[in-house]
Design a protein around this ligand. Structure first.
Ligand SMILES: Cc1cc2nc3c(=O)[nH]c(=O)nc-3n(C[C@H](O)[C@H](O)[C@H](O)COP(=O)(O)OP(=O)(O)OC[C@H]3O[C@@H](n4cnc5c(N)ncnc54)[C@H](O)[C@@H]3O)c2cc1C
Length: 402
């Protein structure tokens, strides 16, 4: 059995950031990834400026193969049922449009950790002074022994389920699906990621250009008909935005743990097991998760290093150190912060103020209807209620963290 300092589960961005901190501190680190690398990851790939800075500072300039076409994104355009559209540029210029298959592989290699791909985490036993990790490679069981384990295995985290079997039942889940279309004519600006605040289309509806095709994506709940929801959006785009697309050539989808950052239900682990990235609940508003995956991942690695140096329990260290990232992520949902501060990386207040008074009123009314009056989802109403009951001015209670 291989015995190392730290095992990280998942070979994505949060894992790369955690691994970088551990390897830099001289800790022997193995990353387990269930798929063969480089692996596909469903994602729009629009990296926020903060995420971009993290990659540059920690891993260096991005090689060309880590980018899709168009290679950069200028910002986000919100579209409303009243037909007002509002484009917001990212602070500090354009950001990269990541090809996750190659960007994640590049980052994890740059971290210097040892990578065991096609190796699925299957469970663990925390024995206090070490953790036994049970995995499977080519169908055969394989075991590792580590001082600490980091679960960086994304929204459906098996590491979380191995320490908190009931956790998935306690948080809201939703599904996203996207289809890839050849373009006949598409007036949507290719430099922006487009998002619709339209209850008639769904709670999460987006479109953007990639490698000469147009992606049209929708969020839906269990039991919904994805094909029907998607067709509804395609018809709406044709009708209202003159977007003409060929029937889709490919599609894909996945389950998402949307909402923990809004209702402050993060999960950071137990004993010698830390949870980070989207598995922990980090997902910024409108589903931007790479920057907080990178930062929370780095903090999980730093927490292990610090706990060893100071001879403190690793959970105590991680929860203290990750509090700043929690605040940053949850502040993105705070209406007071949105109105009077800049919790996002694109300038919403400036874009709003650039509109006429009439259009501003329409936008605010449409957003209010979208967030609060959204009737389709029981959990949507729960989230809206929780958001409105938040003690916005008092900061965030730590009690809901697991
Ligand atoms: C449709 C869609 C569009 C998105 N668009 C954007 C965007 O434009 N910008 C943005 O910032 N974010 C976007 N996101 C969110 C972003 O993709 C995630 O938040 C981010 O990838 C989370 O990173 P992570 O490191 O926490 O985990 P993940 O990227 O989810 O990676 C987890 C890794 O763990 C591996 N794994 C899982 N289980 C096991 C196991 N049992 N054993 C071993 N390995 C395992 C997986 O194969 C994977 O490699 C989007 C998400 C979706 C679904």
């Amino acid at each position: 059995m291989r015995s190392v300092d730290v095992i990280i589960v998942g070979a994505s961005l949060s894992a790369a950031a955690a691994a970088k901190r551990l390897v830099d501190a001289g800790l022997e680190t193995i990353v387990l990834e269930r798929k063969a690398l480089p692996r596909h990851k469903i994602c729009s790939g629009i990296l926020s400026p903060r995420g971009h800075r993290f990659l540059l500072e920690n891993f260096g300039p991005l090689p060309r193969e880590t980018l899709h076409e168009p290679t950069a994104c200028r910002g986000v355009t919100f579209h409303f049922p009243s037909m007002v559209s509002m484009s917001m540029d990212f602070f500090g210029g354009t950001t990269p449009h990541l090809h996750r298959k190659y960007s994640d592989h590049w980052a994890i290699k740059q971290s210097g950790a040892e990578i065991h791909d096609e190796t699925s985490f299957a469970g663990l036993t925390d024995n206090g002074d070490h953790v036994l990790v049970h995995a499977r490679k080519n169908g055969e069981p394989i075991e590792y022994r580590a001082r600490q384990v980091i679960g960086a295995d994304g929204p459906s985290s098996l590491v979380i389920r191995s320490i908190y079997p009931n956790y998935p039942k306690q948080i809201p889940w939703f599904f996203v699906g996207q289809k890839f279309h050849e373009i006949i004519d598409c007036p949507l600006d290719t430099e922006y990621f487009h998002f619709w605040f339209h209850p008639g289309l769904g709670h999460y509806t987006w479109s953007h250009a990639r490698d000469g095709r147009q992606i049209v994506g929708v969020g839906f709940k269990r039991g919904d008909n994805f094909a029907r929801k998607h067709a509804n959006v395609v018809n709406y785009l044709a009708d209202k935005h003159a977007v003409k697309l060929q029937p889709h050539a490919e599609d894909e989808g996945c389950a998402e743990n949307f909402g923990p950052s809004l209702i402050n239900r993060y999960v950071f682990g137990k004993g010698n097991v830390l949870i980070t990235g989207q598995a922990a609940g980090f997902l910024n508003m409108i589903g931007e998760g790479m920057s907080c995956a990178l930062h929370s991942g780095a903090i999980s690695g730093e927490a292990i290093v610090e706990a060893r140096l100071r001879n403190r329990p690793v959970q105590e260290m991680y929860r203290k150190m990750v509090a700043s990232e929690v605040l940053r992520c949850s502040d993105q949902w705070n209406p007071l912060k949105i109105a009077f501060d800049r919790p996002h990386e694109a300038d919403f207040p400036a874009a709003l103020m650039a509109l006429s008074w009439r259009d501003r009123a329409k936008v605010l009314r449409d957003m209010w209807r979208f967030v609060v009056l959204y009737k389709e989802f029981k959990w949507g109403r729960q989230i809206a209620r929780a958001a409105l009951q938040r003690p916005w001015l008092r900061g965030y209670s730590m009690q809901k963290w697991m």
